[in-house]
Design a protein around this ligand. Sequence first.
Ligand SMILES: Nc1ncnc2c1ncn2[C@@H]1O[C@H](COP(=O)(O)OP(=O)(O)OP(=O)(O)O)[C@@H](O)[C@H]1O
Length: 279
Amino acid sequence: MQHPETGLVQLNRAGIRKGSQWLVRGVDLTVRPGEIVTLIGPNGSGKSTTAKLALGILKPTEGRADRRPGLKVGYVPQKLAIDWTLPLTVARFLRLTNPLSEAACREALAKTGAERLLRAEMRSLSGGELQRVMLARAIARHPDLLVLDEPVQGVDYSGEIAIYDLISDIRGTLGCGILMISHDLHVVMAQADQVICLNGHVCCRGTPSELSQNDSYHALFGTRGNAALAVYEHHHDHVHLPDGMVRHADGSICGDCAGEHHEHGHQKTPETGGLRDAG
Ligand SMILES: Nc1ncnc2c1ncn2[C@@H]1O[C@H](COP(=O)(O)OP(=O)(O)OP(=O)(O)O)[C@@H](O)[C@H]1O
């Protein structure tokens, strides 16, 4: 590891080839403590491959992939290799890869708003509940780096916002760096310090606002991209509770505004249902 002071993980001109085909090439990427870096791009553009290079699951054919020595990583993969016909409680799932006490399981689930699911069967979870349980498993080992491959898959629109809020809370409370993959162009959190748009190589990069103005981004995603890249400016003055209620900064709890952000100066874009900064 060459650059411990500059990043938890760092890719330098990293590329990987299988046979005669480059899966991804020339990727520069750094995730520092407390930073959120989001990878976006079309299907097959190399997002998961790039995350696996960062994690060390795949070795670069060219360039470098360096991690801070002793780095603790929490990984939420895109797919779970679980036999869903077998009974498996959430508590057992959390312990499959971590030797956790029940108190530690409860603590991790509480952080993701899923404590009541401790005894639930994995196969009975909704999409949003499954993502919260997967996040709980990833944060249970107090990672320095959290790698999230599509954290809002199978989650409905207001659930998406709740999960993004949760990820932001986790960054705040754990102070970890987050590398996140989003296939969903509709919402890119404004808190993402950097968005990297892949298309077999780095197509363009910048803050969410910068990217929404970038010609390469629009060339890649066309009119769909024009309409879809909505920047969710989140001022973090409220918490989405597991029961769908919203707790505001003053402590008041509101049921009517669950999933709505009208009080923060946002509106849904008519084309996509995504959020665009209204202010
Ligand atoms: N082990 C492998 N051997 C050969 N090709 C692979 C391998 N893994 C991935 N690929 C190919 O590399 C390319 C990038 O795949 P990757 O899964 O990184 O894309 P992605 O951007 O995450 O896609 P998606 O949005 O569909 O999840 C794809 O064309 C894929 O078929």
